[in-house]
Design a protein around this ligand. Structure first.
Ligand code: HAM
Length: 425
């Protein structure tokens, strides 16, 4: 997939990105299914720019997160060095920035989705790319924990019932309020400090800078240590405990099956309270295909005077498509039946173009094969293009105002008047 060979005078794609030449109807089919589901839940579509200020993510996601400290694609511009710009690594900070800019004109909860490319400088592997696509969903201005249950239920229905995925697990954790996490971080730091030399290099740094991230380290040494670490749920305030209980009860009422994962902290610092991930065993190491949570403090981080409690998630489209590969046929957008027009010689080219125009104006999908080739080769080409019908235009047809219609599925052939082609397709 990531071809690094450099031919003389040839360009190859940048590492970790890809060209989509063959699967667009599959991509669009899945995307439309998701979008129509979201519209049923009254989400509206928005679009935010690919370019944002680096500082938006530094403040929004946190300076010490991997995404900000290691994975940003910074764009070289002629502008001031103080206004560094980057390709967006995720959609939440940009959506909140846009909401805050236009807040006076918007009502809450502001329920929106956006689809597009995200960019992260990561080591490419299956399900992990440097340019990837997300369907990003945000519910801005929604303080009740019941919204969390509503969002998770909506995703559950999407994956289970609309896309018929049965190989996923929903993991949820409750991070509580900032004060709960601060108390917990201290306890965790004290616990890990004694075992410092047994932690991996990265976690030794995390111990100082972002101790919660040690919890989702994949190294087996760190995992063994974490097994006996204090648990965040023991540090939740009474209010947080009640909210967590309310969320669990509501999810049970709504028949959403989930697993409490006390080590799930997520890699972005804006989360509080609920965090969740939909993971699949079919995906290997990069197993999360949808992830998100609540981010009540983000608006203030970005300069808002008042708090704007919010929640959201993003679906990783490449990972979702990998999981749905076996259902590709059913999920692909249905194509219009293709009609290929084959003029035998130059003399029939104008007639072929006029005929194609007429069919297209009547809503059909038509292509004309204008290359100077033998009819036999053009027939092969029409077959490769997946033509349902071929319209053959030779000298005889031209003189008699007729066309030979060949049904490529049945092999049946008939000569009809050019004015009656439509009736015979
Ligand atoms: P995230 O967990 O960083 O969250 O990404 C969400 C999803 O995007 C992942 O679960 C995964 O499916 C996909 N993804 C992430 N990185 C890559 C990559 N390098 N290659 C392919 N797929 C990838 C966020 O981005 C948050 N903004 C989600 C959110 C929205 N939280 C609240 N609102």
């Amino acid at each position: 997939m990531f071809c690094l060979c450099k031919g003389k005078n040839m360009f190859f794609r940048v590492k970790g990105v890809f060209d989509n030449f063959f699967d667009m109807s599959y991509w669009n089919g899945v995307r439309k299914k998701i979008e129509s589901h979201l519209k049923q839940y009254n989400f509206s579509e928005i679009e935010t720019p690919l370019l944002e200020y680096v500082s938006l993510f530094e403040r929004g996601l946190g300076y010490e997160t991997d995404v900000v400290s290691k994975q940003m694609f910074i764009v070289e511009t002629k502008g001031s060095k103080d206004d560094k710009i980057c390709l967006r690594p995720e959609g939440t900070a940009g959506t909140m920035r846009a909401f805050l800019e236009l807040q006076a004109q918007l009502s809450t909860p502001f329920k929106v989705f956006s689809y597009g490319s995200m960019f992260r400088y990561e080591r490419p592997q299956k399900g992990r790319l440097r340019q990837f696509h997300q369907m990003n969903l945000e519910v801005i201005g929604a303080s009740s924990i019941q919204y969390d249950a509503w969002l998770i239920k909506m995703l559950h229905v999407l994956f289970l019932e609309k896309l018929n995925i049965d190989s996923f697990v929903l993991k949820i954790n409750f991070l509580g309020q900032l004060e709960d996490r601060q108390a917990y971080s201290k306890a965790l730091q004290t616990f890990l400090e004694e075992k410092r030399e047994h932690l991996c290099q990265t976690c030794q740094v995390r111990l100082e800078k972002n101790v919660l991230r040690v919890l989702d380290c994949k190294s087996s040494d760190c995992q063994t240590i974490i097994e006996n670490a204090p648990e965040l749920s023991d540090f939740l305030s009474e209010k947080s405990k009640q909210e967590w209980q309310e969320l669990c009860d509501l999810l049970h009422e709504l028949s959403v099956t989930f697993m409490h994962d006390p080590q799930l902290v997520r890699g972005l610092d804006y989360y509080n309270k609920t965090v969740f991930e939909f993971v699949s065993t079919d995906l290997g190491a990069q197993s999360a295909f949808c992830a998100g949570g609540r981010y009540d403090g983000l608006a203030k981080q970005l300069g808002s005077k008042s708090e704007v409690p919010s929640l959201g998630c993003a679906i990783g489209i490449e990972r979702l498509l990998l999981m749905l590969e076996a259902k590709k046929e059913q999920l692909s957008e249905s194509k219009d039946l293709l009609i290929c027009i084959i003029p035998f010689d130059q003399e029939q080219h104008t007639l072929a173009l006029l005929l194609a125009d007429d069919l297209i104006s009547k809503g059909k999908c038509a292509d004309v094969l204008l290359e100077d080739q033998k009819v036999k080769n053009k027939m092969k080409k029409a077959n490769n293009l997946g033509a349902h019908f071929v319209l053959l235009l030779g000298k005889e047809e031209q003189e008699n105002n007729t066309v030979t219609v060949k049904n490529m599925m049945s092999g049946e052939e008939k000569v009809v008047l050019q004015t009656e082609v439509l009736k015979n397709l």
